[in-house]
Design a protein around this ligand. Sequence first.
Ligand code: GLC
Length: 405
Amino acid sequence: MHTEWFNNARYGLFIHWGAYSVAGRCEWLMNRELIPRNEYQAKYVDHFHAEHYNPADWAAKAKRWGMGYAVLTTRHHDGFALWNSKVNQWNAVNFGPKRDLVAEYVKAFRDAGLKVGLYYSSANWTHPDYPGPFSRNYNDNTWKDETSRKHFIEYNRAEIKELLSNYGKIDYLWFDGNFPGNLDGPETAAMIRKIQPEIIFNDRVGNVKYDWNVKECEQEIKPAAETDIDWEACMTLNRSWTYNPCDHRWKQPTDVIELLLQCARDGGNLLLNNGPMPDGTFSEESVKILDTVGIWLKHNREAIENSERHLFQWCNGDCCITCRNNKIYLNFLSDCHGGFCWGDLKNEILRAYFLDNGEDVEIHREGPRLFLPDLKFVPPARTVVLEVNGKPENNFSEATRWIPE
Ligand code: GLC
């Protein structure tokens, strides 16, 4: 089953933000540095003010960046909730920012016409029933006892119920931290669908197989084996999920476009993370990179929207191919100085043109071989559209048996 808006969007903004952003290191610091809750409160929660938080600006940026949806970490593994929770008093209304950050986010993104996603971690290191705050073994399914496992699941569901009942329509529930296992996922899934029948969620709700909507891969591109399943790759823009002022290992605009195209090529999405600073603004460096990608997408978004899986995985030169209906998008990530030749296409080409300005491209064909002229390449990428006769077909069977004369 495919979700229309999800396939149309192809590109989303992942927002890791919370008290941990104050540390500017890693969202796992409580666990990895063995920080007790009172120390975490004094050092991070009490310094998390969100003083420049303006989700309308986030939404405007996400649109400018060419994204169709966003996912905000409403509660990470530390247990600090960003919404006005009645079942978790350790939240952003009672402490730190003293506002319901989730309510404001949902409204702003919905008003901007973007699909709204909420990240929710099942794990909570500071909950009394959680089996091991500093447990590092994801596969350890041991609970203190059955009563605490049941209590914990009850608490999880109560939080999820708040998120899905108090903020109107939520398009995407993004689960994480499904450890220890045995979280009785099927019952949780049924509850979710009952509250929000149109919602989609990913495959991280407990360790049980059931009807989730999105297959997730993390920091890698691993398309779902099944073609009728939606999938998504979540990735960081530098090396960190949380805002980290010391991490300068940014992906460059062309790297981001390449990842996005590699997902689109196999009919999947890229959920790209940008962790805001504790004050609620994005770092200048990240904005610059995403703006450059956004400018390319402004003229070339058609190359990814509703893209269909296809067989043209390999192409001469620095070119990543995407397809939809009878259109083939040759997305060039670097210049090929007029030397581009491709021999895999069987169809007749009806028209070739640049996606950014609609100008015709003078192609030349010798049998299946397609030659393109100098593309007047402009970084970060340039796309040529081939309109072909019917559904694109490859001539691999002939090509693999081809012997030069
Ligand atoms: C990793 C991180 C986690 C983060 C998640 C996003 O699993 O450990 O903190 O939220 O990636 O997928």
